[in-house]
Write a protein that binds this ligand. Sequence first.
Ligand code: UT7
Length: 332
Amino acid sequence: MLSSKIIGVGMYVPETVVTNEDLSKIMDTTDEWIIERTGIKERRFFKEGVDTVSSMAAHAAEQALERAGKKAEEIDLIVMATLSSDYNFPGSGVLLQRKLPFRQIPAFDVKAQCSGFIFALSVADQFIKTGMYKNALVVGSEVQSNVFEKSDRGRNMAVIFGDGAGAVVLEATEEKNKGILTTKLHSDGHFAEELYLEHPGSRRKERFNAKMMETGELLPYMNGKLVFVNALKYFPEVIREALASCNLKDEDIDLLIPHQANARITAAVQKEMNLPDEKVISNIHKYGNTTAASIPIGLCEAWEQGRIKEGDLIAIAGFGSGFMWASALIRW
Ligand code: UT7
């Protein structure tokens, strides 16, 4: 029986730090409001001409490959999780592929928003389990800072999101009870329009026009309260679904790395699952919500800080636009 083991982790965040004070100078918001409602103190914004989703992914991938002791040439598959691809098409997976000396391997995007990294990880895991590929690279990378209007009109979302990338290298292993133990994936498309960006979509005769700029139709929409309430329900549910399928319990978790949506969501999940602070990763104060990048960034920082040891049970979980939600259990 084959399973997939994470043998290298990497991350990259753009240099530019944007604080809550910086944002409060350009829109009607305050440091207090942002901290109280979200826990965010600062986030990173990409620099045009320096960072792109694929370039940040390449930096994170290089670090993960180096730590894994693998060359890009040895990788058999690239799965890229992003909702903010460099181009409308093709996806950013191929743009990452050409940045490092990968072979002509499959490289494709998974668009599952805040749960994107876990969906992508699960896809790569299936290929490894079947024996089709031996080494895979899974990346989450996002540029979010240019989709919101940094104005009073856009403030409800502009203060929450940030840019960055994280990556993992997976390798096939025959070791028992090692690596990715399970992944659980869910969606409910009835909620698609509760957190979405309609344009430039293909539904209309014109994908976009000048009027959409004026009316704000080119901005994403989020029903914050509904997303919040559902996140509180589905985070614990999907983590416990994974635990139950492996005959494990809440207290068996050594480290929970939830998607960093809101510090209040993370705190509520922690409380519900009765986990002490040292078992839960929260870094949203530094990066905001980096969507598909937040879990691999959290994983990378936890590893760098020595918070992950051989044999630990790591739980990762995400919830977001779609609605889509997912979890994975990893025996390190
Ligand atoms: O990764 C998944 C994606 N998203 C999420 O997980 C988000 C989940 N939802 C949330 O995190 C929260 O709902 C938010 C942080 C987005 C908002 O917090 P909230 O406590 O639900 O606030 P609210 O939307 O009810 O807004 C409260 C007030 C409103 O004013 P009134 O109507 O009470 O006068 C807003 O207009 O705060 C106002 N407001 C702001 N004030 C200062 C909204 N955005 C801001 C802002 N600065 N940036």
